[in-house]
Design a protein around this ligand. Sequence first.
Ligand SMILES: Nc1ncnc2c1ncn2[C@@H]1O[C@H](COP(=O)(O)OP(=O)(O)OP(=O)(O)O)[C@@H](O)[C@H]1O
Length: 127
Amino acid sequence: MEKSQRFSVINRLKSFKYAFNGLKLFFQNDHNGRVHLFAAVIAIGLSWLLHISALEWIAVLMVIAAVMVTEIINAAIEKLADVVSPGYHPKIKIVKDLAAGAVLMTTFLALAVGALIFIPKLFACIS
Ligand SMILES: Nc1ncnc2c1ncn2[C@@H]1O[C@H](COP(=O)(O)OP(=O)(O)OP(=O)(O)O)[C@@H](O)[C@H]1O
């Protein structure tokens, strides 16, 4: 068994640095990352304009995080799969389709939450 490393604050700080680098890569280089960032800004702006309640804020922020987290994991799986199997492989197709399915699932959830919160308030605004 591998000998456990001693706790090091420097190493913990380095882990944070690498994690922030992952977020930077996602939002700067990944097209889906930019689309999600744009959608999140719109959702947060609309929430602020429509004065949603604290519970509604929690729901909106949680679905934004859920979509982004699944998309980041999907992007990581895609990149790993491309290294493991640069050519076509039927199992890689399943792996990538499953990861994309996870993103779709959280996107449906976000659309449902957004519709439940925003549509009644938007109708109230125009009527
Ligand atoms: N190496 C492969 N072997 C088998 N099928 C693959 C492979 N690469 C991609 N695919 C299929 O093509 C689909 C799209 O793959 P890709 O990696 O281009 O994802 P994408 O979502 O289009 O990428 P991006 O997020 O970069 O736009 C996968 O869901 C899978 O069905």
